[in-house]
Design a protein around this ligand. Sequence first.
Ligand SMILES: *[C@@H]1O[C@H](CO)[C@@H](O)[C@H](O)[C@H]1NC(C)=O
Ligand SMILES: *[C@@H]1O[C@H](CO)[C@@H](O)[C@H](O)[C@H]1NC(C)=O
Ligand SMILES: *[C@@H]1O[C@H](CO)[C@@H](O)[C@H](O)[C@H]1NC(C)=O
Ligand SMILES: *[C@@H]1O[C@H](CO)[C@@H](O)[C@H](O)[C@H]1NC(C)=O
Ligand SMILES: *[C@@H]1O[C@H](CO)[C@@H](O)[C@H](O)[C@H]1NC(C)=O
Ligand SMILES: *[C@@H]1O[C@H](CO)[C@@H](O)[C@H](O)[C@H]1NC(C)=O
Length: 503
Amino acid sequence: MRPKINIILPLFAILTLITLVTAEKLSVSNNGVFLEAEAAFIKQRQLLYYRNRYGGRGEFGRIPPSFKFENSRIRSAYIALQAWKKAIISDPWNLTSNWVGCYVCNYTGVFCAQALDNHSIRTVAGIDLNHGDIAGYLPEELGLLADIALFHVNTNRFCGTLPRSFNKLKLLFELDLSNNRFAGKFPYVVLGLPKLKFLDLRYNEFEGKIPKALFDKDLDAVFINNNRFSFELPDNIGNSPVSVLVLANNKFHGCLPLSFGNMSRTLNEVILTNNGLHSCLPEEIGLLKNVTVFDVSYNKLMGELPDTIAEMTSLQQLNVAHNMLSGTVPDSVCSLPNLRNFSFDYNFFTGESPVCLDLQGFDDKRNCLRDKPRQRSTLQCRMFLSRLVYCNTLKCQSSPQPPVYSLPPPVRPPPPPPPVPVSLPPPPTYCIHSPRPPPLFSPTPTPILPPPPPNLRLQPLPPPSPPPCEGQSPPLPTQNLPLPPPLSPTPPVYITPPVPAPV
Ligand SMILES: *[C@@H]1O[C@H](CO)[C@@H](O)[C@H](O)[C@H]1NC(C)=O
Ligand SMILES: *[C@@H]1O[C@H](CO)[C@@H](O)[C@H](O)[C@H]1NC(C)=O
Ligand SMILES: *[C@@H]1O[C@H](CO)[C@@H](O)[C@H](O)[C@H]1NC(C)=O
Ligand SMILES: *[C@@H]1O[C@H](CO)[C@@H](O)[C@H](O)[C@H]1NC(C)=O
Ligand SMILES: *[C@@H]1O[C@H](CO)[C@@H](O)[C@H](O)[C@H]1NC(C)=O
Ligand SMILES: *[C@@H]1O[C@H](CO)[C@@H](O)[C@H](O)[C@H]1NC(C)=O
């Protein structure tokens, strides 16, 4: 009897699970073979269910036969948008309430333009539902929007993850999912988008590793701050041609890779604040001559400021606060021609150049600077500084293994609170009912995180009565349609955190 129970119980458990998932009543036989067959049937059924004609889950019903679309792409877009509308469970500003009828180009947040490959037809070229406060998920059918260049849904309550069908969006240029409730692994599907330049995943609940391939991709801007990503910055990070790299408020660890210097041609702003980076600052950062913002605050960086920082001649904002740095802050850094703000508070510096005092924004508190106010205690300083820091033992040179530290455990004073809670509440199982963690990054009076890029303010429209679709001759491509900007400029970084929808 025993062996049989051992086999049947797990099977039964699996089946029960499947049953629950499919919400399907199942007559469970006590015959093992039958169970197997039934399981196979369910599996098959699920495959069918997930692979309907549009690659979706079949949320969408039939197109009314009276509908005539101006071309087949608009028809596909209709299917995609209706499926999306069905996947929306809350739309407080009624943004999608005019998503009815076959005039897809008139839907709020939907922008049409001439197809790139056929100038005699128009097609849906962009979606912009920024600040919509919409709750729901992104259905597989969105892959039918094959011509979109922009997909902007920042500051909504979308959950789940990116549908796999996004790999069909071969023209997608800007993807902004920021400030939503997306969760799970990094959306690998973005790596296969050939035209993607702007990737904004910030303020979501993505977790786990970042694929190395992200840094080999020809992107312009990467914002993945304020998620739960956790990994070591890979050596190939220097391959990335981005001008803006914001990784703040995650759980990265390991070294600041030497390859950083290889980003010198393109890198303009880099914000790594509030992660677990533990290394010395590599001399190679001196190669970053076009970087205007360099923020590595709230990490565990050690050693001295490399002299090469003096070569970062474009630098305007330098923030190394809340680390374990020591040594002297030299003239050459504080006299950088464009430097305006320089924070190095909460470290263990023992000297600073008087030039620093002339900077517009400047913070040196809680260091080991004699004769300066608000410094650490003599005891604290003596204890910390009695240990030598050997940067080489931090083995940051392209070693695939995590560095092995041979330093004694640092005795720090109770660390200041990090800018955001590091131990976040557990991820919600169901996105809709989860409390929203405050999206705001408001650590210190210091600067920081960029907001989602400027958005179109969407006016809620009254639900229209859809005009009849019959006998409509296809409208000619119009030139004066509201087009989304084809290339929205790189959003300004380093201003304010995203604010909740001001709608
Ligand atoms: C949205 O539509 C509903 C029902 O028509 C209405 O009660 C509500 O006031 C509308 N909300 C806004 C913001 O227009
Ligand atoms: C679509 O919008 C355009 C411009 O706003 C308007 O002229 C046209 O009548 C609308 N078409 C329909 C069918 O609603
Ligand atoms: C452009 O679209 C029209 C209408 O669908 C079609 O008749 C024509 O063949 C297309 N042209 C090209 C070059 O694909
Ligand atoms: C930087 O790039 C050069 C050539 O492009 C390469 O040889 C070198 O290994 C790279 N350095 C790092 C640290 O990745
Ligand atoms: C980098 O800076 C140099 C000198 O400061 C400037 O000539 C060059 O145009 C900049 N390059 C970019 C890509 O901004
Ligand atoms: C730079 O310093 C000035 C003067 O203290 C301050 O007003 C400003 O907010 C600072 N800017 C940033 C980005 O920290």
